[in-house]
Design a protein around this ligand. Structure first.
Ligand SMILES: Nc1ncnc2c1ncn2[C@@H]1O[C@H](COP(=O)(O)OP(=O)(O)OP(=O)(O)O)[C@@H](O)[C@H]1O
Ligand SMILES: O=C(O)[C@@H](O)C(=O)CO
Length: 426
């Protein structure tokens, strides 16, 4: 059966966020980790989200991986491919949102590509091309302190232009709220001015429904889960999606085993969630400095967990405050610190799985990528939502047997996230 909607996600938490949105809006969806091997038995689905770990790699590597995934999706029938980026537009002046979007657009022969990170369910809105996180402009939000890509400019037309060859324009809220024809007219006008990508304003889900209708008739778009919602609803309205009786609850039959979490996200939301979790379950704070200089800290963490996970869920976290992250990065460099900590958290997670953990929560996109890759999980089925943008995932084709995972985007979830996640995965 042909895929109705293809998507390439630039990180694994973002992929599960999008897969969750598509599922909730009527598309049977599978999340694959990279391009799956030909031998992997995938279910009959309407949408496939290919998870890549390309948000913070060199632009050329991101373009190559995304182009290959795009080819795979289109060969399986996808006429539209959504490049799923972060709702906080995580990127740098080198990329990778601009370079990947341009490469996908050039391959598909696309004119002006619609780009919007708006995701109202998590408070991300775009007005006059400026991104708001809740009530704050992006550059005044906690994203200004992100360990890998601190965001210092809320004007996305400017941000995207700095990392792109195509000229960037704006589809403003006046056009979006006037409906599909007004958006198309605006895109035609931009094309006539030689513009090749357009940031689209969107505040409410209705705006994203309009943008989804317009985007679906083009070969490629770039956005967060909000645009996914618009595309899914447009597809459902078009009558192409077969009706099915199964529900997301079918994806989370109990798997047994023990439960644990690892956290590498340093977002304000994750730091608060860890503080709250520490009141009701064991939480180990790793010493990042020790992680960078040797492996003793990893062994100590595994032994700490060994004594506790048979009694109930436990959490191991590298997460630290912006000041501590800054200190570590100034001593060891940004990339070296990030990679070493990702490696350490993934080794710890894999060891916990070897010891019988089958329900695993991971906080942070890069961290989730490192953990899922080390566990060599090929794909996920999407279960019920723990918090907006975070579903329970059930592994498909894993060598560890059936497992339930939750890959939490750094900024997502309320303060009780960990307790809620473990309860839903029980
Ligand atoms: N104490 C620390 N000091 C410096 N860097 C850290 C520390 N703890 C974790 N890191 C690194 O910070 C980065 C956090 O990125 P990650 O994508 O996992 O979380 P996030 O950005 O909050 O999540 P998302 O991308 O889903 O929003 C990782 O590279 C991780 O290894
Ligand atoms: O869009 C978001 O904010 C998330 O899905 C994400 O990509 C964080 O890594």
């Amino acid at each position: 059966m042909a895929i109705l909607l293809g998507s390439i996600a630039d990180d694994y938490t973002g992929a599960s966020d999008l897969a969750n949105t598509l599922t909730k809006n009527g598309l049977r969806t599978v999340q694959t980790v990279g391009i799956p091997d030909a031998g992997l038995a995938l279910l009959e689905v309407d949408a496939v989200v290919v998870s890549l770990k390309i948000r913070s790699v060199a632009a050329a590597a991101a373009v190559a991986a995304a182009t290959e995934a795009d080819r795979w999706l289109r060969q399986r029938g996808a006429n539209h491919v959504l490049y799923k980026i972060c709702s906080t537009f995580d990127s740098t002046d080198e990329g990778n949102i601009g370079p990947v979007t341009e490469a996908l657009a050039n391959t598909a022969g696309s004119n002006v590509v619609l780009v919007t990170p708006a995701f109202p369910a998590t408070g991300r809105t775009v007005f006059q091309g400026h991104l708001f996180v809740g009530g704050q402009l992006l550059n005044e939000s906690p994203l200004k302190d992100h360990p890998l890509n601190p965001m210092h400019d809320a004007n996305l037309v400017r941000v995207l232009a700095r990392q792109s060859r195509r000229t960037v324009g704006l589809v403003d809220l006046a056009a979006v709220s006037a409906g599909q024809e007004a958006v198309r007219a605006r895109l035609d006008a931009l094309l006539a001015q030689g513009i090749g990508m357009a940031i689209a304003d969107a505040i409410f889900e209705g705006d994203l429904e309009t943008l989804g209708e317009v985007a679906l008739k083009t070969p490629v778009s770039t956005g967060a889960s909000g645009l996914g919602l618009g595309l899914a609803r447009a597809l459902t309205r078009s009558g192409q999606v077969p009706s099915r009786s199964e529900t997301t609850a079918d994806a989370i039959r109990p798997v047994g085993g023990m439960a644990a979490a690892v956290a590498g996200s340093c977002s304000r939301a994750t730091l608060r969630q860890l503080d709250v979790a520490a009141r009701s379950m064991p939480v180990l704070r790793l010493d990042p400095e020790k992680l960078l200089v040797g492996s003793d800290e990893v062994a100590a963490a595994i032994s700490w967990a060994g004594d506790r996970i048979s009694l109930g869920p436990a959490i191991i976290a590298a997460s630290a405050s912006p000041e501590e992250v800054c200190r570590l990065q100034s001593r060891h460099g940004r990339d070296a610190s990030g990679h070493a900590i990702e490696t350490a958290t993934s080794v710890i997670a894999a060891e916990l799985v070897t010891r019988g953990v089958r329900r695993l929560v991971v906080a942070g996109g890069e961290t989730s990528g490192a953990v899922v890759d080390r566990l060599a999980i090929p794909a996920f089925l999407i279960g019920p939502e723990i918090a907006p943008g975070v579903p329970v995932l059930r592994t498909i084709g894993s060598v560890h047997g059936d497992m339930l995972l939750a890959l939490k985007s750094g900024n997502f979830g309320d303060e009780n996230f960990f307790a809620t996640a473990f309860e839903m995965m029980d």
